[in-house]
Design a protein around this ligand. Structure first.
Ligand code: HEM
Length: 551
């Protein structure tokens, strides 16, 4: 009872604030076409309840062009419209050219804060919250750990962990005479990537591949799927109010008695305690250990800064939480999809195996035991498969931004207004929220060709010169976003993915299990995960048939 009362009270107060703020802060995109909306939920319920991630984006994109209007909850009353975009020039303008003029909106910032603490993912840029330069400061310190030369050092760790997973499969799963087994990739890959990010970020041993059940590993298990999948109608309405509440007030949602908020609070608290201990130990040790993990490098970078730019101990701890969250399930989910696509296309497994053999010989001739990052990136089929899967299955499929000032957003393709006029740019008012569909952009036929909905790595073997607008961070994809808020760990993720691909394909053949599970993409918070359509209760699932390769 007290739980329901608290939620109702929070909802009522928020609702009144929303109505008042929206009344005095009207903005209108009425001349932009868009689908008809529900009176209370706008399109938000439709988006969270669609059969699969991306279905509505594709439908609306086909109907309205690369820019359209959707409604927020309570939108009919308060003209709470979002501008939804897949247009390359518009997204380039928002992410790359405007930088901090399009910070994250309050709702996204608060979800990032709930899941990672006050790290870089939740930090606000300079324009929006005047006087706070948190994002620039934090990103400054972090980027020193992700330079090309630093990343080379992580490649050895990726290969060791991937090889450990392969050995565990051989010893534990294929120790008998089994020829082929169905293995749940979702059970193994997040554990391997969690072990890696723990070691790379702060030399923390999650040990999940060794079945060490640390408190922290347990806290992260299915965190997003358990907490953010299919939010209740109440929660959708409640979160819709967040963009109209002061960001500092939103910190109190942590104390709501609902399950999801309790789970996030306890996970961040556990992570914070562990992270602070790690930092204290490193500071006590004085000079950074020879291991040189990301925290060592951040501490080093921090020391060179003046006191205004330095990150505090609490801020450093929050970056660890951010790296762990941002850097393990994303990569694991991408690997799930890569192996799934390869299981359907055995000819690409054969092509990559051929590349691996050539590379192994070259590495042996050099007298080395491991690949370098350059070796991995020279494998043209493996790289094309990774790019194509990142394109078709962008794990972070949407993001939102809010205009910090009045602006005009240019479009590469004209759209038709409600009166039939062709529009080549869209004027927006300060506080306009834009919803960027990474999913939609990654599948635009104008950019990727008529077969944009099909998995075809060959497109990345051909010249990429035809793609005119330079949008994304990697291969012109938006999977890692772009600009000042683009993914810090994109190259880390690509090298980690390639390392796993090489190890796994060298030892195993992957195929679709005989029962042919119907895999669907379901939103689990800000990321999407694979589920089996008729067995959603099992949580994220990617079963694949795996057969050892006999040399
Ligand atoms: C395939 C794997 C990955 C994908 C698809 C991915 C995707 C993304 C996307 C789309 C964003 C921007 C989110 C937004 O602005 O709304 C982002 C931000 C970020 N990612 Fe990644 N990521 C991946 C792996 C990693 C890894 C391995 C790390 C760290 C080792 C990492 C660290 C970060 C951080 C720190 C940010 C916040 C950047 C900022 O706000 O300035 N990511 N990522």
């Amino acid at each position: 009872m007290p739980q329901t009362l608290t939620v109702l009270l929070a909802l009522s107060v928020s609702f009144v604030v929303v109505i008042l703020r929206r009344f005095f802060d009207r903005r209108s995109l009425n001349y932009i076409r868009g689908p008809t909306a529900s009176f209370l939920f706008g399109h938000i319920l439709d988006i969270t309840r669609q059969r699969q991630v991306g279905e509505l984006d594709t439908k609306w994109n086909k109907e309205f062009g690369n820019a359209w209007r959707i409604r927020d909850c309570f939108g009919v009353w308060c003209s709470g419209d979002f501008l939804m975009l897949t247009d390359p020039k518009a997204i380039q303008h928002i992410c790359q050219k405007s930088g901090y003029d399009y910070p994250k909106d309050n709702k996204l910032t608060n979800i990032a804060r709930l899941t990672t603490g006050n790290g870089v993912l939740a930090a606000i840029g300079v324009c929006w919250d005047v006087g706070r330069h948190d994002h620039i400061r934090q990103r400054n310190v972090m980027t020193s750990s992700f330079t090309t030369s630093r990343l080379r050092q992580y490649v050895s760790m990726f290969q060791k962990t991937a090889s450990k997973m392969v050995d565990t499969w051989k010893d534990e799963l294929f120790s008998g005479s089994e020829n082929a087994l169905t293995i749940a990739m979702n059970h193994w890959l997040p554990r391997a990537t969690l072990d890696i990010i723990g070691e790379a970020a702060c030399s923390y041993e999650f040990g999940t591949l060794d079945n060490k059940d640390t408190e922290l590993a347990e806290a992260y298990k299915n965190l997003f799927a358990d907490s953010l999948m299919f939010p209740s109608k109440w929660d959708i309405l409640f979160k819709a109010t967040w963009n109209y509440l002061p960001i500092r007030l939103l910190q109190f949602v942590d104390y709501l008695p609902a399950r999801e908020y309790r789970r996030f609070r306890s996970t961040v608290q556990i992570m914070n305690r562990v992270a602070k201990n790690i930092i204290d130990e490193k500071i006590r040790e004085g000079t950074p250990s020879t291991k040189r993990d990301i925290v060592d490098l951040m501490l080093n970078a921090n020391e060179t800064l003046d006191s205004k730019q330095k990150l505090s101990r609490a801020e450093l701890a929050d970056q660890i939480a951010t790296l762990v969250i941002a850097g393990h399930e994303t990569t694991a989910s991408t690997l799930n999809y890569i192996l799934w696509e390869l299981a359907k296309a055995s000819q690409y497994q054969a092509k990559i195996r051929k590349e691996i053999r050539i590379l192994r010989d070259a590495v042996a001739q050099r007298g080395d035991l491991e690949y370098t990052s350059e070796d991995l990136e020279s494998m043209k089929y493996a790289v094309a498969v990774v790019k194509e899967t990142l394109r078709l299955h962008p794990i972070v499929f949407h993001t939102t931004r809010e205009a910090a000032r009045d602006d005009v957003i240019p479009l590469s393709e004209s759209i038709r207004s409600t009166t039939g006029e062709l529009i080549k740019s869209i004027p927006v008012r300060k506080r306009q929220i834009v919803l960027l569909s990474f999913w939609g952009y990654n599948r635009l036929p104008d950019v990727w060709g008529e077969d944009a909905d099909t998995w075809n790595p060959e497109r990345f073997l051909e010249s990429e010169a035809t793609r005119t607008t330079n949008v994304g961070l990697y291969a012109n994809l938006l999977t890692f976003s772009a600009g000042v808020r683009g993914c810090i760990g994109w190259r880390f993720a690509v090298l980690e993915t390639l390392s796993f691909l090489v190890e796994l394909l060298e030892h195993f053949e992957f195929s679709i299990p005989p029962e042919k599970p119907d895999i669907v993409r379901i939103a689990t918070g800000g990321i999407m995960s694979p589920f089996i359509r008729d067995a959603m209760h099992l949580g994220p699932m990617m079963p694949l048939q795996v057969a050892p390769l006999r040399e």
